[in-house]
Design a protein. Structure first.
Length: 312
């Protein structure tokens, strides 16, 4: 988004806010007692709702199962953020538009809690980072790992308590439940992937670095961290050769993105080896999928990793 577009959006936003304020002078609107929370995308909204429960009203900016990196906010999204008591975003380059476009446009007259959930966490460097890339210097896909998601969830819990201390006990009880669920998932991953016969996975989108790092395997992607990347024929051919060399016959895809590249690899490996190749799902957890929420998709990811890594 260029500077002229940003100026236009800001001007429109301020006009909308002024209009809303004017209408409010003549309209009696029942005020909700709920804490208004704006979260940038699905996993953060999910955890906010689980922790906040009946005392929060959560607005998710990016629609479920939408590419988050290149998404751009509209004036209405800036208005929603401006009205919020709590703003929650991932950081690490996942939702950079929050820092670039929304936060600078907010009014300074309202007190609000703003949380970057990856701040202070141990992040994985983006080895392919170049200045000007959409992703930045870190792998932003933290929420896919139960271990990392738990740390982000704690920051959300602290933010809700800071903004609404009167309901601390309620938030604490809900957080303890979610924390226990994520801790159990982390333990299940550790134990389930402790003994494997395969140590590499081949994925359509290289978004599983935090799983690979914590649970002891390597990932090879048709495309890298950028979902907008177009792989070359040489890249696909190289992955086919790697799979053949390591006798690996599983390719992983996320249902949000096209399976075209994975199907090409499957066809090539099967043609060249005569061995059948399985295409399994690994969820990037950008929204409900296959009637599963965030935690259920984490469980499904573990089951499919155990299958592809030949866990014993």
């Amino acid at each position: 988004m260029n500077s002229k577009q940003k100026i236009l959006i800001t001007a429109i936003t301020l006009s909308v806010i002024a209009a809303i304020a004017a209408i409010a002078l003549f309209t009696f609107t029942p005020k909700t007692d709920k804490l208004t929370v704006v979260a940038t995308f699905y996993p953060l909204a999910y955890m906010s709702e689980k922790i906040g429960g009946e005392y929060v009203s959560v607005t998710q900016l990016v629609p479920a199962n939408t590419e988050i990196h290149s998404w751009e906010p509209s004036a209405s999204h800036i208005v929603a953020a401006d009205d919020a008591d709590v703003i929650i975003y991932n950081g690490a380059g996942a939702d950079q538009w929050m820092k670039d476009d929304i936060l600078p446009s907010l009014s300074t007259s309202k007190q609000r809690v703003i949380v970057e959930t990856t701040q202070g966490l141990t992040l994985i460097a983006n080895q392919d980072h170049d200045e000007g890339e959409e992703h930045g210097q870190y792998d932003p896909h933290t929420w896919i790992s139960p271990y990392m998601a738990k740390q982000e969830g704690e920051k959300i819990y602290n933010a809700l308590v800071q903004a609404d201390a009167a309901h601390k006990d309620y938030y604490s009880q809900n957080w303890q439940t979610l924390q226990s669920q994520l801790t159990l998932l982390d333990t299940d991953y550790m134990q389930g992937l402790q003994n494997v016969n395969v140590t590499e996975i081949f994925v359509s989108h290289e978004g599983f670095g935090y799983l690979a790092s914590r649970y002891g395997f390597s990932q090879y992607g048709v495309i890298g961290l950028s979902a907008d990347e177009q792989p070359s024929a040489a890249t696909i051919a190289g992955l086919v050769e790697e799979m053949k060399a390591h006798h690996i016959y599983t390719v992983y895809v996320d249902p949000v993105y096209s399976t075209e590249y994975a199907q090409t690899i499957k066809t090539e490996v099967e043609t060249q080896t005569g061995h059948s190749v399985s295409v399994l799902k690994l969820y990037l957890i950008l929204g409900p999928q296959d009637d599963m929420d965030m935690l259920q998709q984490m469980q499904a990811n573990l089951a499919n990793l155990k299958a592809g890594l030949e866990a014993t």
